[in-house]
Design a protein around this ligand. Structure first.
Ligand code: ATP
Ligand code: MG
Length: 274
């Protein structure tokens, strides 16, 4: 089995996060993982160039995790060699009153990637069956219908040429404590502190259950979930870069051919026509 298939949640099978080790590194050492990340990041940059030039399909990467797992730094490292013209990142926060005046997918759908683009969702439609479920923001009969709505939505965008990859950054509760602590002690990180992070920690088991249901019920062939060990940053970055690289290689975007006969074009140039 290749490295990436190991982190793919098996479709049709109930996911139990207790079976997934957040400390896993598959025996790889840090230097090796960092070298592979470097190579993957460059390959992603070149593939994205082809995706953009082709202009027919797009890639959507959904990142979901408990707080402080490292979603932001993942984007920064994995997409560091991509032309900023071709990638957009959207962070979904608590919905505004304007967003709440529509169905839960409204704000999501308008931010799906256009053809040629990579779009990263930092949080996503899944918040509506995660925080919303755990916090009882809407009644069960409302969130219960959303799994199917999400599957239908993902199928729709996949059928119009969007490849979807969904990644759960699997951090342990202990490792999260260390990372939240850094927000309290490191002035560079203080701005990220959010009192609600501590409240969410108290509800850890309820969140794990909600994640297990979301991953199990919305794990389709066209929009698969990956569960990535996240406690070791270098391993997480390597695995996620590999997942994205593999998806783009499988898409195999094609550079369009020249739209003019080169001989004709040469004559035009020689004639001094602009
Ligand atoms: P970090 O992981 O670094 O803490 P973050 O993604 O939590 O970053 P924040 O600005 O701290 O970014 O928080 C965004 C908040 O918005 C999260 O607590 C998230 O649960 C919440 N949120 C997102 N979508 C929804 C939604 N549909 N309903 C309610 N809350 C939501
Ligand atoms: Mg937060």
């Amino acid at each position: 089995m290749d490295v990436i298939t190991q982190f793919r949640a098996q479709a049709g099978k109930k996911v139990r996060l207790a079976d997934w080790d957040p400390d896993e590194t598959l025996g790889m050492d840090r230097a090796d993982a960092e070298a592979r990340l470097q190579d993957n990041a460059q390959a992603i940059g070149k593939l994205q160039h082809r995706l953009f030039a082709e202009g027919k399909r797009s890639l959507l990467v959904v990142l979901q995790a408990m707080d402080a797992a490292g979603k932001d730094s993942t984007v920064r490292h994995v997409l560091r060699d991509v032309n900023p013209q071709g990638v957009l990142v959207t962070s979904f926060k608590k919905p505004t009153s304007h967003e709440l005046a529509h169905d839960f997918l409204w704000r999501i759908h308008r931010r799906t990637p256009r053809k040629g683009h990579i779009r990263v969702f930092n949080r996503s439609q899944y918040e509506d069956v995660l925080v919303v479920r755990v916090e009882n923001i809407v009644p069960e009969e409302v969130w219960e219908k959303r799994y199917q709505a999400i599957n239908d939505f993902e199928r729709t965008i996949s059928e119009s040429g969007t490849r979807i990859i969904k990644i759960y950054l699997n951090i342990s509760k202990d490792r999260q404590r260390e990372k939240l602590m850094r927000r309290l002690t490191d002035p560079d990180r203080a701005w990220k502190f959010d009192a609600s992070d501590f409240k969410k920690r108290e509800q850890w088991p309820a969140y794990m259950e909600a994640y297990e249901d979301a991953i199990t019920r919305c794990n389709t062939d066209e929009a698969p979930w990956f569960i990535v060990p996240t406690n070791k940053k270098w391993f997480r970055l390597y695995v996620i870069s590999q997942i994205i690289r593999d998806a783009l290689e499988e898409m195999d975007p094609q550079l369009p051919p020249l739209k003019i006969d080169p001989a004709v074009a040469m004559r035009l140039l020689e004639d001094g026509v602009d």
